[in-house]
Design a protein around this ligand. Structure first.
Ligand SMILES: C[S@@+](CC[C@H](N)C(=O)[O-])C[C@H]1O[C@@H](n2cnc3c(N)ncnc32)[C@H](O)[C@@H]1O
Length: 392
């Protein structure tokens, strides 16, 4: 497999799961992380760039925060695309960051993926997505196709698509986008380091081709961090970190949804959003739970949560008290350990904890939440709602 994933992970075919990323050797959580750069930040830019030589994308607006020092060394230039979204202050924290393409801010050559980097464009086309040809995708593609035909001048003869993108190509690109785009979320705010506040909006979307090979598991062994509100170059990069060590040959998975969704939601959402039914070990166990047990809300209460994978929004979480109950009923809930160890205990957060990157080569025993940023030591006793964390 090409790129930065190659030394750490192998691409393999998995029964019923298509391509997947697998660890060739033992994967030590405290040392392993992957930095992934976006191939494109906005599908519309690809479409427009194909027929409008000077088209651009207005960068999403983000709040000015500084990237924590420990991550700065990871930052480098992305693949032919803006390495950062501009750190302009948002007039309102609720304002959506994703804007329609517009003239004037980012040079065309960085956006016209098909022309600038045919191999990256082919990589984009190789991503999964054909299966997502739902009626609404086709309807959206028809609309875009006629819009492009009416607003864009004919592409230059040297363009790889001198006729412009066909309807079929637009359908395919929209489908890739649907199955593979990651949402970069605004940071959470919290009340006095406790309960996490309100909804988070999406700052930007990006497709990270190598991250697109991570399959979903409801008990993931890796999770995704991003720092989109930092002022640094590369603030659209994502970092995938291991949650815990895994043995050789084990598949490395993200959760496409907050890990605290209940069984019913975890069955519904992958089908609705990605076209598959999850049959992971956790789902197999919970499939045998009684309706009563499965009718609980989702862990973490009225959480709006965070998906580590492709998606960014969530609802209905299991109730926090279930974690305590689960400890007592280990046979019925063998994954209780995961929630106690690796789910953020801050109310309404729903994030997943992974060890901080090593500093000076030494592995860290401090875990960081990928949603609220809470830090806690791996061996700390965990109480509900943010007690015993290192912020307090
Ligand atoms: C972002 S892609 C992941 C890589 C994909 N397996 C491939 O071959 O390119 C998402 C797609 O992978 C498949 N997938 C991911 N997790 C899965 C799982 N737990 N079980 C079955 N299929 C899964 C689904 O087809 C889903 O739409």
């Amino acid at each position: 497999m090409a790129g930065d994933v190659a030394p750490l992970l192998n691409l393999a075919e998995i029964d019923g799961g298509g391509r997947a990323l697998v660890r060739p050797g033992r994967f030590a959580a405290a040392r392993s992380r992957l930095l992934l750069r976006p191939l494109l930040q906005n599908l519309a830019s690809v479409l427009l760039a194909a027929c409008r030589p000077l088209s651009c994308v207005r960068s999403p607006r983000v709040l000015r925060h500084r990237l924590p020092l420990r991550y700065r060394r990871d930052v480098a230039h992305p693949l032919g695309l803006p390495s950062a979204v501009s750190p302009r202050r948002l007039p309102s924290a609720r304002r959506s960051a994703c804007r329609a393409p517009c003239p004037g801010s980012v040079p065309h050559r960085r956006l016209n993926l098909a022309a600038v980097s045919p191999s990256d464009f082919q990589l984009l086309l190789s991503l999964q997505g054909r299966e997502a040809h739902a009626d609404y995708t086709v309807a959206a593609a028809r609309f875009l196709h006629s819009l492009l035909a009416s607003v864009c001048p004919p592409p230059p003869p040297a363009s790889p698509f001198p006729q412009g993108f066909s309807l079929e190509m637009i359908v395919a690109l929209l489908s890739k986008d649907k199955l593979n785009a990651f949402g970069l979320m605004e940071p959470v705010s919290s009340r006095d380091g406790g309960e996490v506040d309100g909804e988070r909006s999406v700052r930007a979307y990006g497709i990270y081709p190598r991250a697109s090979f991570f399959n979903h598991d409801c008990l993931p062994n890796a999770c995704r961090f991003d720092y989109v509100d930092s002022a640094s170059d590369g603030n659209t990069d994502i970092i995938v970190r291991m949650i815990h060590d895994v043995p050789q040959g084990r598949e490395i998975c993200l959760s496409y949804f907050p890990v605290n969704l209940n069984y019913a939601n975890r069955q519904r959402r992958p089908m609705e959003d990605y076209g598959f039914t999850c049959g992971c070990d956790r789902c197999k166990v919970e499939a045998n739970w009684s309706d009563d047990e499965n009718e609980h809300g989702d862990i973490g209460e009225d959480n709006d949560g965070n998906g580590e994978g492709m998606d960014e929004d969530a609802d209905e979480q299991m109730s926090g008290s279930e974690v305590g109950k689960a400890e007592e009923e280990e046979t019925d809930f063998p994954h209780a350990y995961f929630f106690i160890r690796y789910m953020c205990n801050r109310k309404n957060c729903g994030g997943t904890m992974a060890p901080l990157p090593p500093s000076d080569g030494a592995p860290s025993d401090v875990m960081e939440c990928n949603v609220c940023g809470q830090l806690r030591r791996e061996d700390d006793e965990v109480e509900a709602d943010g007690e015993e964390n290192m912020d307090e």
